[in-house]
Design a protein around this ligand. Structure first.
Ligand code: CS2
Length: 478
């Protein structure tokens, strides 16, 4: 339903005062905020997570408003520009709450006006760049290094002042800042990638070295690329949310976002992070790795396992799948017995309580999280979420059969999608489609998937114990 078509005022700074009291207003004067952060990838997760923290921050310090940059599409800009960047954040609990987020001052579409993006990136007032471009946005190869054969990276190397990629934009912006004598910004990856700060840093350094070795050396010595862990379950926006937000606020919001009440942001404690993030509940620590490993392997590993197994059983949402006692028990055992032993949690984290908390979050009936959304981009997610755990268990003698069942479920999911003529949302959809079309015995079909070296590390491809467990799991799901 197009809510805008009704005689309902749209959410704007002017109409905000007339919204129902249920809509929490920004606790600061937006007209007095200045842009101090550039964000790449203004998707739902950024707007529900980092922008929420910044909205809290602006009530303390007006220097940290966001200029959001989309590297591809204009959808978010088209939706938020008429709203002057305002949007509704629905916090999904037994009684949902609604909050007008004012942290985003503008949304730029890089291909339309790249120099506007660079103006923001090069401004001395911009001290922080945050990033949620999803795993595929970094243009990395199977080893986590910059993919030098990636067409967009090849383009940027040939046109370094007119880039298309995140890596290209960051490098060119840093080149201009260095040329102007401006201190660098901190580049803060907020994507679900193992050691995200280091992988981003290495990708930028590899890219920069091919352009200007002195620039690369300056970046290496001067630019902070802190590691982070981010967490909040953020279902994609749908018309049901637009209608709920409209009913609760009496305003029409073209693109509200929603998330669970739980949110966590852990950033590596290094100099030059811009604002005092701890004032809004962000954890600064030297030991991000422990938080990240626990979250990526336990929450995200369980999420992907539940998604593919749940979809094969015909469920639609995470909560639906968790109501299946067999599946819920499987996921709990997978987490407690197969994944937890590979996690070295922060000393302050009670792992069992953490796992129970994740399972409770999965069961939350107020959060309608589509399994099909989690199933997107499996080729980019599984290496971080399951393959490392499998590799560790093969070395330690831990169980891999249940982990392999999850991987086999991903394979069968791709086959079902292809057989049904449904879209495979994945950067490797073509290669995965070729695997899915093979009709042979289980071992042969599995061997075809094992040619996907972006998904399966060489150590697993060459491991006969892994191949046996994976083939058995695959055959059991046929
Ligand atoms: C989910 C994540 O869609 C997915 O792949 O597993 O977005 C998950 O909801 C977040 O990482 C939770 O913090």
């Amino acid at each position: 339903m197009n809510i805008r078509a009704q005689a309902t005022p749209a959410l704007t700074p002017q109409t905000l005062a007339n919204a129902k009291p249920a809509l929490q207003r920004p606790r600061y004067d937006r007209s007095k905020t200045q842009i101090g952060i550039v964000h790449f990838g203004p998707g739902a997760f950024h707007r529900a997570h980092q922008a929420f923290y910044v909205d809290e921050l602006l009530a303390i310090d007006p220097r940290w408003a966001i200029s959001a940059v989309s590297l591809q599409s204009s959808g978010v800009r088209d939706a938020l520009k008429p709203q002057d960047g305002l949007y509704t954040l629905a916090i999904l609990d037994e009684r949902p709450t609604y909050r007008a987020i004012g942290a985003i001052k503008e949304v730029l579409v890089a291909p339309e006006a790249p120099e506007n993006v660079f103006t923001r990136l090069v401004a001395p007032s911009t001290q922080v760049v945050t990033i949620t471009v999803t795993e595929k946005g970094y243009c990395l190869d199977a080893t986590g290094a910059l993919n030098a054969t990636h067409p967009a990276i090849r383009h940027d190397w040939s046109n370094p002042t007119q880039p298309q990629t995140l890596i290209g934009y960051l490098t060119e912006a840093l080149r201009r800042r260095r040329a102007n004598g401006t201190k660098p910004f901190a580049a803060i990856s907020c994507d679900n990638i193992t050691d995200n700060g280091k992988r981003l840093r290495n990708a930028v350094l590899t890219y920069a070295q091919d352009i200007d070795r002195d620039l690369a050396a300056w970046i290496e010595g001067e630019v902070a690329f802190p590691r982070t862990m981010v967490d909040s379950i953020t279902p994609a926006t749908d018309d049901a949310l637009r209608e709920r937000a409209h009913a609760a606020t009496a305003l029409a919001d073209a693109w509200p976002v929603q998330r669970e009440a739980f949110t966590q942001w852990v950033i590596e404690d290094v100099p030059g992070l811009g604002p005092d993030w701890t004032r809004v509940g962000v954890t600064l620590t030297a030991n991000v790795a422990a938080h990240e490993r626990a979250k990526l392997r336990l929450l995200n590993g369980a999420h992907s396992s539940l998604a593919y197994l749940g979809l094969l059983k015909g469920y639609e949402t995470v909560a639906d799948a968790m109501r299946d006692k067999t599946l819920a028990a499987f996921i709990k055992s997978l987490m407690l017995e197969d994944i937890a032993p590979t996690v070295r949690p922060p000393k302050e984290l009670d792992l069992h309580a953490y796992i129970d908390g994740i399972l409770a979050r999965f069961r939350n009936p107020a959060v309608r999280h589509l399994l099909s959304q989690i199933a997107w981009d499996g080729s980019q997610k599984l290496p971080f979420r399951l393959m490392g755990t499998i590799a560790d268990n093969l070395i330690s003698g831990g169980r891999v059969d249940r982990l392999c069942l999850a991987v086999a479920a991903w394979m069968h999911f791709t086959r079902r999608q292809v057989d049904a003529g449904r879209t495979l949302v994945d950067p490797l959809s073509s290669a995965m489609g070729r695997c899915a079309r093979v009709r042979a015995d289980a071992a042969t079909e599995v061997a075809q998937y094992l040619t996907l070296t972006e998904v399966f590390p060489a150590t697993l491809i060459g491991n006969s114990e892994f191949r046996t467990h994976l083939t058995d799991a695959y055959a059991s799901l046929r």
